[in-house]
Design a protein around this ligand. Structure first.
Ligand code: RNT
Ligand code: ZN
Length: 416
């Protein structure tokens, strides 16, 4: 049966629940999803390609073919973009600067990202940004919260410069940049003084954010973490720390799905936090037993997160970004699987009869809520997804994988 016929049958099945599949497709395509540049080269960046990854994060695997230069990374991202439907942004880290001679992190500016901006304009996509506090000689256990004022100043300058870069991204691309601060600072054992580094973090952040930047161009967000490798006992920027900081400063906070106790769910934090914060950023990842950053799959938590956004109509207040890094499989495929899953989960969320379910719930008809939500799980949403991909020219079904294998044979496998 051809796809159009299949789609028409699927459309009827959803219509029986009062769901308009065409409208769902349009909405699912319109929500921005930010593609993280660091899946392409195992979070190495171009500042020091020989340098070790520090800060308590780790990639495992040595699948051949990672990008070695900004040009290679851009080519790989273009490949991924050709497989991923809908409004997509690209998220850069400060260490992904594109320069001919080394630049110190406290000296970086918009000019060091000019080639990325030109490229983004050509692709008609927006850019997001991340400060890089890890993988640097001055970033051991404590970077911006270091007791040494000189080290603190270095990172404060880095952060201030990054905000100017982010502002330029917003101005140049015409799409608001979201700048994420993830500060790994912490330690293996419980420190005698837990207060002082946290007090220094407040002071440093206040200095970094003292300069107001038009939110049309850049918005800053702060990412908490429970623990990392080597910072098992104490992380300065914990969830409670940023909850307090962001609430008192009315700033955005980032929730990474891997940064909490294994039984805590980010999907259940969104509504609670948005009653006190203006906006949230999500780092959609997949923790396997710990913050392992596995490729995002279509699991219950991914669905629950997208349902929270769609059921509550908070698309404008929640920024969706991907954050994982798998070096054990083809990196283009890793990127594509996760990015397509995020979009697919959004589509599935838009295919729910939300008003109907809310009405059952308010009427106390929990029987219908359970029965209908379970029935919805086996409706032919996969056909609607294939149709969405076909309609946008982004490869229905597994066809993108054949293209990825071709690109591997012709391009990535030839990289030393
Ligand atoms: C680390 C954080 C952070 C990083 C990226 C590379 O635990 O999740 O977001 O993954 O900045
Ligand atoms: Zn993250």
């Amino acid at each position: 049966m051809d796809m159009m016929k299949q789609y028409e049958l699927a459309r009827e099945q959803f219509a029986a629940y009062g769901v308009d599949t065409d409208a769902a497709i349009e909405k699912a395509l319109s929500v921005p999803v930010s593609l993280h540049c660091w899946q392409g080269d195992d979070v190495v960046g171009f500042e020091n390609p020989e340098g070790a990854l520090t800060g308590g994060i780790q990639t495992t695997g040595n699948y051949p073919g990672k990008a070695r230069t900004p040009a290679e990374l851009r080519a790989d991202i273009e490949k991924v973009l050709s497989f991923v439907p809908g409004e997509t942004k690209v998220s850069l880290h400060a260490t992904y600067l594109d320069v001919d001679a080394p630049v110190s992190r406290d000296q970086i500016g918009p000019e060091h990202f000019a080639r990325w901006v030109e490229w983004a304009k050509g692709q008609k996509i927006g850019l997001d940004f991340n400060e890089t506090f890890f993988s640097h000689p001055l970033s051991g256990d404590f970077s911006i919260t270091n007791a040494d004022p000189g080290i603190r100043k270095f990172w404060i300058d880095h952060a201030k410069n990054c905000r100017k870069i982010a502002e330029s991204f917003g101005k140049e691309t015409g799409k608001t940049c979201v700048t994420n601060f993830w500060i790994h600072d912490g330690c293996k054992e419980v420190p005698v003084d837990r207060f002082a580094p946290r007090a220094r973090l407040v002071e440093a952040l206040d200095e970094v954010f003292a300069e107001k930047i038009d939110p049309k161009y850049n918005r800053d967000t702060l990412e908490s973490k429970l623990f990392g490798i080597g910072s098992e006992s104490y992380v300065v920027g914990s969830h409670e720390f940023y909850m307090g900081y962001c609430t008192s400063r009315q700033m955005m906070a980032t929730l990474d799905t891997g940064h909490f106790h294994p039984t805590e769910l980010v999907s259940n934090k969104i509504s609670a936090m948005l009653l006190f914060l203006p906006e949230l950023m999500l780092h959609v990842s997949r923790p396997v037993r710990w913050d392992s950053d596995h490729v995002v799959v279509m699991d219950d938590e991914l669905m629950a997160i997208m349902q929270e956004i769609v059921r509550n109509g908070i698309e404008d207040r929640v920024h969706i970004g991907l954050d994982y890094f798998d070096a054990s499989i083809n990196r283009i495929a890793a990127w594509t699987v996760g990015a397509r899953n995020a979009r697919k989960a959004l589509l599935r969320a838009y295919l729910e009869p939300v008003e109907l379910l809310k009405k059952y719930e308010i009427d106390g008809d929990n029987t219908s809520v359970l029965a209908i939500t379970e029935e919805l799980k086996s409706l032919p949403w996969g056909i609607v997804w294939d149709y969405l991909c076909e309609k946008t020219g982004k490869y229905a079904g597994r066809t993108w994988l054949d293209e990825t294998k071709k690109y591997e044979a012709e391009v990535t496998s030839k990289r030393a």
